[in-house]
Design a protein around this ligand. Structure first.
Ligand SMILES: *Cc1c(COP(=O)(O)O)cnc(C)c1O
Ligand code: SF4
Length: 343
């Protein structure tokens, strides 16, 4: 039996922690002692996309600093009302790629399931901030048609659970889903795209470790960390260690965000910090041009310049691939290359 760094049972349940998130703008300003002049704009922008910050994540931010790189990711700002050409509500063409309710099958061999619309944190740059989850609602009926889709497409060797955040579902539901998918011989890997272990590390409890590593499917978890300061939590480091020891391959994807991680030092520290906790940097995404997120944009030229500095600073295996979503392309598209359109 492997020694797990911390036992989840001695901690408050992740559901309670999730329900106890800060959703009120006034409360946020009070807890972090933020300048009052930002309050009216925050209140108004939070009507475009509600505020949601788990308290454990909030505790990794510095008080009184509106430019804290963690706070920037979740703080509603005046700039969210800005419109800019090229920005839209569905920048990656997800609605076109939906084959069956809740299934996105854009890339060969991989089907992505929208497992739920719920998230534990609301990231202001999220390309799903306008996503009509009602249409992709994975109620129990939809699971059936989703499973049938995967069963009938024998080219699918990997199923990706995404959302929203798939780990906001109960372990009981996820266990059943993993068991159902494991019945299809062509499916070999189960990948979870999640930010929940980062913002609420208590989510990585024994139940999760059991279903994730208990089936025939090879488990992969793609985490979402944008800044090394997000790793400043002993509970999080324990959770990553438990995942690693139980046999889950851990990868990370980040989004390149203005005033969050757009200096080479930020990216170097992030890669170093991730690898220290057994997480391999996987992708660094250019921002998806979603309405409300113009203030996060790092343009392609700036991104390429930054990336060259990063290549000069780190061993190759610590450099994530710089990519963007090009609607219609057969894979994530390396920045700088011409997006090939699948014929
Ligand atoms: C990003 C994405 C994937 C996974 O792509 P990888 O390059 O395998 O990480 C699969 N399906 C959809 C719809 C995606 O957006
Ligand atoms: S889907 Fe991911 S990026 Fe978007 S709000 Fe949820 S946790 Fe944040």
């Amino acid at each position: 039996m492997l020694q797990r760094a911390e036992t989840a049972t001695s901690q408050p349940s992740w559901r309670r922690i999730m329900a106890d998130a800060v959703t009120d703008v006034e409360q946020l300003f009070e807890l972090l002692a933020l300048p009052q002049e930002l309050l009216p704009a925050a209140r108004s922008a939070s009507r475009l996309f509600p505020l949601r910050i788990p308290k454990g994540y909030l505790s990794r931010m510095y008080k009184g600093d509106p430019n804290d790189p963690l706070l920037r990711q979740v703080l509603p700002l005046e700039a969210e009302h800005d419109k800019r050409p090229g920005y839209s509500a569905d920048p990656v063409g997800d609605l076109n790629a939906m084959m069956s309710p809740g299934v996105l099958h854009k890339y060969r061999g991989r089907a992505l399931l929208i497992a739920t619309g719920a998230c534990a944190v609301h990231c202001r740059y999220c390309f799903r901030r306008h996503f009509p989850y009602g249409q992709a609602n994975s109620s129990r009926d939809h699971w059936k048609s989703t499973l049938r889709y995967v069963e009938q497409n024998e080219t699918i060797s990997e199923v990706i659970l995404s959302g929203g955040d798939p780990l906001s579902l109960s372990d009981q539901r996820l266990r059943h889903l993993a068991l159902d998918l494991a019945r299809f011989p062509h499916v070999r890997r189960l990948r979870i795209h999640t930010r929940l272990p980062i913002v609420i590390p208590e989510r990585v409890n024994d139940e999760l470790l059991d279903w994730l590593n208990g089936s025939r499917l090879k488990p992969v978890m793609v985490l979402h960390v944008n800044h090394a300061q997000e790793l400043n939590s002993p509970t999080l480091r324990g959770a990553l260690s438990n995942l690693n020891h139980s046999g889950t391959t851990l990868l990370n994807q980040s989004v390149l965000l203005r005033n969050v991680n757009d200096r080479v030092e930020d990216l170097v520290e992030l890669s170093e910090g991730l690898f220290h906790h057994n997480v391999t940097p996987y992708y660094l995404h250019l921002l998806d041009k979603v309405d409300g997120a113009t203030h996060f944009e790092v343009n392609e030229m700036q991104a390429r310049a930054l990336y060259e500095q990063l290549l000069a600073r780190l061993p190759g295996y610590l450099v994530p691939r710089l990519v963007q979503e090009v609607p219609g392309a057969p894979s994530k598209t390396p920045v700088g290359s011409v997006g090939l359109i699948d014929g």
